[in-house]
Design a protein. Structure first.
Length: 154
């Protein structure tokens, strides 16, 4: 299995979150290949200064190379259906290639969300990009553990 996490984020090491991201990246690799792609460039930066709609459009453009027909696409969207860990595990079950999308500061265009195979929410609260990345990684590991009957999830 291959999992990609594409996020609108400047990336870089952070004293607080980087050790957690590295920890979950390491333990996920026993079940799946994992790529984390942080995307932030001048186009996105300039678009965010213009308007929310232009910023959302720039996020969609940045994510477009990851919208391939061979991958199951899952977008994190606070207005979508909330899932528990077992629902989340089901999204991963028997998949070969999964790509998760975490939008930018202004969210994502509804058209982009609608193009994805699944749109899920971890709740209505707003979390920083780095924190939601950690939460997503933990849920990926938990979901893979559930699907492989590993006791981590209990």
């Amino acid at each position: 299995m291959k999992i990609t996490i594409a996020t609108i984020d400047k990336g870089g090491k952070d004293k607080l979150y980087s050790p957690l991201i590295e920890h979950y990246t390491k333990i996920i690799k026993s079940y799946s290949k994992l790529d984390i792609v942080d995307i932030f460039d001048n186009k996105i930066s300039k678009a965010q200064d213009v308007s929310a709609d232009i910023a959302k459009q720039s996020y969609s453009n940045a994510f477009s190379p990851y919208m391939t027909k061979n991958t199951t696409t899952i977008v994190l969207d606070p207005s979508s259906k909330e899932v528990d860990s077992f629902d989340f595990a089901f999204l991963l079950k028997d998949r070969v290639d999964v790509t998760f999308f975490i939008g930018g500061a202004f969210g994502l265009e509804r058209g982009f969300v609608d193009q994805c195979n699944n749109a899920i929410s971890f709740g209505k609260i707003t979390l920083s990009h780095k924190l939601i990345k950690v939460v997503l990684l933990e849920q990926i590991f938990r979901g893979l553990s559930i699907n492989n009957n590993h006791p981590y999830h209990k």
